[in-house]
Write a protein of this length. Structure first.
Ligand SMILES: Cc1cc2nc3c(=O)[nH]c(=O)nc-3n(C[C@H](O)[C@H](O)[C@H](O)COP(=O)(O)OP(=O)(O)OC[C@H]3O[C@@H](n4cnc5c(N)ncnc54)[C@H](O)[C@@H]3O)c2cc1C
Length: 476
């Protein structure tokens, strides 16, 4: 139980409306999008400024109290589950876009700014913020930094780390440091790059300097319809093989298409084996030739139809269907668990076959919607949390899918992070020595392990049991 004097001091720092301690209200924060594990925090702190974040962290440090950072809670690996940390610090009131520098194409924003708000703020100037997770209308820049998030358009534009120039970080003892900066390159170790993707285990990001990207001159969005998932996968490799890097290359299988069509009535053919959403962007003079080249590749893979969105409205409707696909899954089952793995692009047909076999073995329904161009798969395992046996089968199937990704030369996360969900899979990729080096690195920021404890790293015992590293990832 938290000391009432500490709670009172936190309340003094952030104001009475900035501290939640009533269990009924705190329940809202019991999990993120990984709903298989839940824990209600004892207190949720909602600072209004980076200075309040630093003051709250200093106070917790003085009392040796662990905390977990949280943005919008859209994470899918349990990253902000309050494990061994009674206090949650939520950035939802850190919403200021501090500066937009059009000439140098960068923006300084607070950590709680919602991803889509950045692109909206600069759209009139012909700019956008490129990393676009499908959750972009809700997730925060701080969460994106912590997870090194990707999105449909990161195939061409790169993931979050490619668009972060600098960070303001509150270290676990409350000290405020600047990592990176406004310049493209800074001397010394790339500590900014280290914190991007650290899943909130090295401190709490309060501000980020973002790189802004010029909007392309033209965009063409195509919907290609295939009889089978294999044909769609071959088309993905074919498109990239002819030298075209689409801005986005997304796939949905039949189960997913049926759910999305029932929800959004876009006009998807519900009897198709798979559909691809292919977006091409760039100079207007080149786009029509690229559309024709993509049509040819799809025809060679027996595409039933290739449609080009007629206008911005149709393009927006197509993307709305894709980006809200997870929401449409509610029509298929009361609960779902989104897995996240990655395989070499050419192995996508193999992993989809493996997923189908795993689904059959565990008597589960699994829908697939994913960033096919990156080989980043998102099988969605459908279940009913009131059925304990089904929950067990979902967890087992998830582990098997990740193992299959590793066996195919891939990895256990494309973009959703390790969190609590994939802790036991980490040793499939890393040796005990690798893990030790990573923990030592983390300890340089958080020696006491009080910032987001219980995440990413397996306990030493578990590590030894399951370790069969395939490659040495870290040199000692
Ligand atoms: C429908 C849906 C679609 C999604 N699509 C994508 C997608 O296309 N691509 C993708 O990559 N992800 C996707 N995600 C996953 C998720 O949206 C991202 O991981 C996102 O970046 C999480 O942001 P958040 O603000 O919700 O963070 P949270 O869920 O609140 O936190 C995530 C992690 O970041 C840490 N954290 C949060 N804020 C900070 C901070 N300021 N400083 C330090 N650590 C912090 C937390 O401790 C936690 O470990 C999707 C999720 C959903 C529900």
């Amino acid at each position: 139980m938290l000391d009432p004097q500490v709670l009172a001091a936190l309340g003094d720092l952030v104001g009475p409306d900035g501290l939640i301690t009533r269990p009924g209200q705190a329940r809202v924060y019991e999990c993120d999008g990984w709903t298989l594990e839940k824990r209600v925090p004892e207190a949720v702190v909602l600072p209004r400024t980076p200075a309040e974040v630093a003051a709250a962290v200093r106070l917790l440090h003085r009392h040796a109290i662990a905390f977990v950072p949280r943005g919008a809670g859209t994470g899918l690996s349990g990253g902000c589950l309050p494990l061994d940390a009674p206090v949650m610090i939520c950035t939802s009131r850190l919403k200021r876009i501090v500066e937009i520098d059009l000439v140098n194409r960068r923006a300084v924003v607070e950590a709680g700014v919602v991803n889509l708000a950045v692109s909206r703020a600069v759209a009139a100037h012909g700019l956008f913020y490129a990393p676009d997770p499908s959750s972009q209308s809700a997730c925060t820049i701080g969460g994106n930094v912590a997870e090194n998030s990707g999105g449909p358009h990161t195939l061409k534009y790169g993931v979050t780390t490619n668009h972060i120039l600098g960070l303001e970080l509150v270290l676990p003892d409350g000290e405020v440091v600047e990592l990176g900066g406004a310049m493209e390159d800074v001397p010394g170790y790339d500590l900014r790059g280290l914190v991007v993707g650290a899943e909130g285990t090295m401190g709490l990001v309060t501000r980020a300097t973002l790189r802004l990207t010029r909007q392309p001159e033209g965009v063409r969005t195509l919907l290609a319809v295939f009889e089978s998932v294999d044909d769609a996968c071959n088309a993905v490799s074919g498109i990239i093989g002819v030298g075209i890097i689409p801005a986005a290359l997304e796939m949905m299988d039949q189960l997913m298409v049926s759910a999305v069509e029932a929800a959004f009535h876009f006009g998807f053919p519900t009897d198709a084996g798979a559909v691809l959403i292919i977006e091409l962007d760039g100079a207007l003079a080149e786009l029509d030739a690229e559309v024709e080249a993509v049509r040819r590749v799809c025809a060679a893979q027996r595409a039933r139809e290739v449609r080009v969105a007629r206008d911005d409205a149709e393009r927006a409707a197509l993307w709305k269907s894709r980006k809200r696909a997870f929401g449409a899954v509610g029509r298929l089952a009361p609960n779902y668990c989104t897995q996240d793995g990655v395989v070499p692009r050419t192995k996508v047909p193999d992993i989809l076959r493996a997923i189908a076999a795993i689904a059959a073995r565990h008597r589960l329904r699994i829908a697939n919607v994913f960033h096919a161009g990156d080989g980043n798969i998102h099988p969605i395992l459908l279940y009913d949390e009131r059925d304990a046996d089904e929950v067990r089968r979902v967890i087992a199937a998830g582990h098997e899918i990740l193992r299959a990704c590793v066996d195919l030369g891939g990895s256990i996360t494309g973009e959703h992070g390790i969190g609590v969900e994939k802790i036991q899979e980490l040793p499939l990729l890393f040796s005990p020595q690798d893990l030790l080096v990573m923990q030592q690195l983390r300890a340089a920021f958080d020696a006491a392990g009080r910032c987001n404890p219980g995440k990413i790293f397996p306990t030493p015992g578990a590590c030894v049991e399951v370790t069969r590293p395939r490659h040495r990832q870290v040199a000692l």
